[in-house]
Design a protein around this ligand. Structure first.
Ligand SMILES: *[C@@H]1O[C@H](CO)[C@@H](O)[C@H](O)[C@H]1NC(C)=O
Length: 367
């Protein structure tokens, strides 16, 4: 038997013995505290016989704590009538810990009910399938991996010159520097049907061969189809570029600070798993002037106001958010204004908040 175990055994036997005759001790001493001290002293004395070098030896301290445990109920009885002292350090700590625990549980319960709402939303059937084929699928574009930032840029099929000048700009150069682990892709639909359809398409085919930076999906690329364009970018990215960490959706006619923007995006990802970072527009409302470029009919969107949304010209999100937004877009009644639709109407359905940051902003550039 180990020495420690033997001592504890002896200690508890001794205490049992003292316990039996304890009442007579309390009769001997009128002061219960004094009786306690005597009981303890006697116990320690009898235990010292068992190989205890000194009262302060580790073994003695061990026995003392054993005694404390056994005698504790006794002393509790004695102190029951005294006022309690809730302000001791340990009580304060206990209260603080309990309150933290309650907060943590409350937060987890909130998160759980939000997640349940998202799951039940995503269990609903698809009402807007996005099932177009690809003319250029770029399925190997992300295959070589290690992409921190994927820039996706909507572009009209016949905008050859604008893509050409975009390839001379800082952002494109940034993505060509391997150290930045960044890539850029233009997203096109099919050229508008007409006499020059074939010519435009074969020029795009050549462009793909030369630069390999174009994804072309088979829906008709007209302005009113910008929602399909936006959804096609979400679909392609969440299908073929799962290895990217962040996706930045940007137009080719804006200016923004690349370094600051990417730093802001990364910093937000420390506090949020899924989010949209962008310039948020509160109190927006649908344009009801029929001739206006942004006209939205009351039939398409009956409410007077838009929910808060983020301008589509510059948006950043983690790759996991792209998949959520895409799945939401398959299940939410569409309006053609893509930024209102995706960031204002779809995002809340999948619990994705819109965040803003002073370093994630853009200016329009006149072409
Ligand atoms: C992508 O396109 C290439 C040829 O353009 C084709 O061989 C390949 O099967 C396509 N991949 C997918 C996944 O559709």
């Amino acid at each position: 038997m180990k020495q420690q175990t033997r001592i504890i055994l002896v200690a508890s036997l001794t205490i049992n013995f003292l316990w039996l005759f304890g009442s007579s001790f309390f009769e001997l001493y009128n002061d219960p505290n004094e009786a306690m001290r005597q009981v303890r002293a006697l116990a320690v004395k009898s235990l010292q016989k068992f190989d205890l070098e000194s009262v302060n030896s580790p073994k003695a301290i061990l026995i003392d704590s054993v005694l404390d445990c056994i005698l504790d109920p006794l002393s509790k009885d004695q102190e029951a009538d005294e006022p309690s002292k809730p302000t001791t350090l340990s009580t304060a700590l206990k209260i603080a810990q309990e309150s933290t625990l309650r907060k943590v549980i409350h937060k987890l319960q909130l998160e759980l009910s939000e997640k349940k709402a998202v799951i039940s939303f995503l269990s609903q059937p698809i009402i807007n399938d996005h099932d177009f084929g690809y003319t250029h699928n770029g399925s190997l574009f992300c295959a070589k991996g290690d992409i921190d930032f994927l820039f996706v840029v909507p572009s009209a099929p016949h905008f050859f010159d604008r893509r050409e000048s975009a390839r001379r700009r800082d952002l494109y150069r940034f993505t060509k520097d391997r150290r930045n682990k960044a890539k850029l892709l233009f997203f096109l639909g099919k050229p508008q049907f007409g006499p020059d359809f074939q010519e435009i398409q074969s020029q795009i085919d050549k462009e793909v061969e030369t630069y390999g930076d174009i994804i072309q999906e088979n829906f008709e690329d007209v302005y009113k189809n910008i929602r399909l364009k936006a959804v096609s970018m979400l679909k392609w990215t969440s299908t073929y570029c799962r290895a990217a960490r962040f996706v930045i959706r940007t137009d080719d006619d804006i200016r923004f600070d690349i370094g600051n923007s990417l730093a802001a995006l990364q910093s937000k990802s420390l506090s949020y798993t899924d989010f949209i970072l962008g310039e948020r527009k509160d109190n927006g409302s649908p344009m009801r002037k029929v001739s206006h470029k942004w006209y939205v009919s009351p039939k398409e969107y009956p409410q007077e106001n838009y929910p808060p949304y983020a301008y589509g010209a510059l948006l950043g999100y983690p790759i996991s958010t792209v998949a959520l937004l895409y799945q939401a877009a398959l299940r939410v009644e569409p309006i053609w204004m893509e930024d209102v639709y995706l960031t204002g109407i779809c995002a809340p359905k999948v619990g994705v908040p819109i965040l803003r940051d002073d370093n994630f902003v853009f200016d329009h550039e006149v072409y």
